[in-house]
Write a protein that binds this ligand. Structure first.
Ligand code: FAD
Ligand code: FES
Length: 362
């Protein structure tokens, strides 16, 4: 976990969907110089079912290799007629650049069904203050949550604190301006550099700014959602903790795993080659996982068509339940405490610790 003070929220174990779908691109909108939003037609046989804050997994063939990446839905299932994602380029990144450069209206994109726990239930009787801290592409799930709250909860308010490099890099700037017409919605922009007249804080997001935002909010009613680059998320989490905000009121989603930036795991001898059993789609597979492999990695090598997306322990697309035995997870960011207690594991970051590991997926 990237930040030690954050306690996992106890929540209901959500269903993980593992099916694929093909959606036709309705429109691609260039939101900023390095980000596009991709709007999809609804599936031919109905309406895509998803929750605000969830993500789709894009399955793309780039340079002859299948790649999978998670992209949060920025649309609201209550407000927007068409589901949409927004993708910001990552320097040297395979899929984000492919989607920015090569996808256009009429294309068919292969996706995995919506998944993810970074969501909330919307009820018209709610009277809460939804506070969203976003940075860069982290706006995507927050935008969906903001729109759904305003649409579904007449007595709730939304405050968005949105950090970016400069005005030109603000994804959804116009849409956010339009949302500000609703007096239940407030936005506070934080820009590293201010190049033209624009109401914002100049510099980086800081504990002072976060403290000021919270002063105008009834803390008991606050539900806080955080999504953005790791330093911004760590700063927000530590500030909220110092300001005495209970962990139970804070949710976060990371787009990059701590494991991905960590040095290779040191194997202190606890990992040895062990056979695992995977039950998936009614079939049983047995294979041996070497110490330098994950259970998912080896399964894919063995041509077992297991579900996956981020391969970093973040998205839960690969989630399974460990029925017997023990595994070591390099990262468990994607799982809630309830899921861990119930024995759920993420094969993409898991290694068998005992000889009797049986994992049921789906
Ligand atoms: C649950 C979830 C939801 C996501 N939602 C969105 C979204 O709505 N919009 C969006 O643009 N992205 C989102 N992402 C990130 C996205 O899945 C990809 O990781 C990102 O687009 C980079 O993929 P790539 O193929 O271009 O880069 P890769 O080829 O995979 O990586 C290239 C290099 O960039 C680094 N890197 C990977 N991702 C990032 C990142 N996000 N920031 C900085 N460096 C990175 C890698 O470590 C590597 O060194 C989400 C990720 C997760 C797990
Ligand atoms: S593939 Fe995303 S958590 Fe395993």
């Amino acid at each position: 976990m990237a930040f030690g003070l954050f306690k996992k929220k106890e929540n209901k174990v959500p269903e993980v969907k593992t099916g694929f779908l093909n959606l036709k691109v309705k429109e691609v909108i260039r939101e900023t110089e390095d980000a596009v939003s991709i709007h999809f037609e609804q599936p031919e046989d109905g309406t895509l079912s998803y929750k605000s804050g969830q993500f789709l997994t894009v399955v793309a063939n780039v340079n002859g290799k299948e790649e999978r990446r998670a992209y949060s839905l920025c649309s609201s299932p209550f407000v927007d007629a068409y589901p949409a994602v927004a993708v910001k380029r990552v320097e040297g990144g395979i899929v984000s650049n492919y989607l920015n450069d090569s996808v256009s209206a009429g294309d068919i994109v292969k996706l995995m069904e919506p998944n993810g726990n970074f969501t909330t239930e919307f009820t018209s009787s709610n009277e809460r203050h939804v506070v969203l801290f976003g940075g860069g592409s982290g706006i995507t799930p927050l935008m969906s949550i903001a729109k759904s709250t305003l649409d579904q909860e007449p007595n709730s308010k939304v405050t968005l604190v949105y950090a970016n490099r400069n005005k030109e890099s603000i994804i959804f700037n116009e849409a956010i301006k339009e949302m500000s017409a609703d007096d239940r919605f407030d936005v506070i922009h934080v820009l590293e550099a201010v190049t033209s007249e624009f109401e914002c804080h100049e510099g980086y997001l800081s504990q002072d700014i976060i403290g000021d935002v919270l002063k105008s909010i009834e803390i008991g009613k606050a539900e806080i959602f955080i999504c953005g680059p790791t330093p911004m998320m760590d700063l927000t989490l530590s500030s909220l903790s110092s300001l005495g905000i209970p962990d139970s009121q804070v949710r976060k989603e990371s787009f990059v795993s701590a494991a991905a930036t960590k040095e290779e795991n040191v194997n202190d001898g606890e990992l040895v080659a062990r056979e695992v059993t995977i039950i998936y789609d009614g079939d049983e597979y047995k294979y041996t996982v070497e110490p330098n492999e994950t259970i998912l990695e080896k399964g894919l090598d063995e041509d077992v068509d297991l579900p996956f997306s981020c391969q970093s322990g973040l998205c839960t697309a690969c989630r399974g339940k460990c029925l017997t035995g023990k595994v070591k997870m390099d990262e468990d960011e994607g799982l809630s405490e309830a899921e861990i207690n119930e024995g759920y594991v993420l094969p993409c970051v898991s290694h068998p610790l005992t000889d009797d590991v049986v994992i049921e997926i789906g």
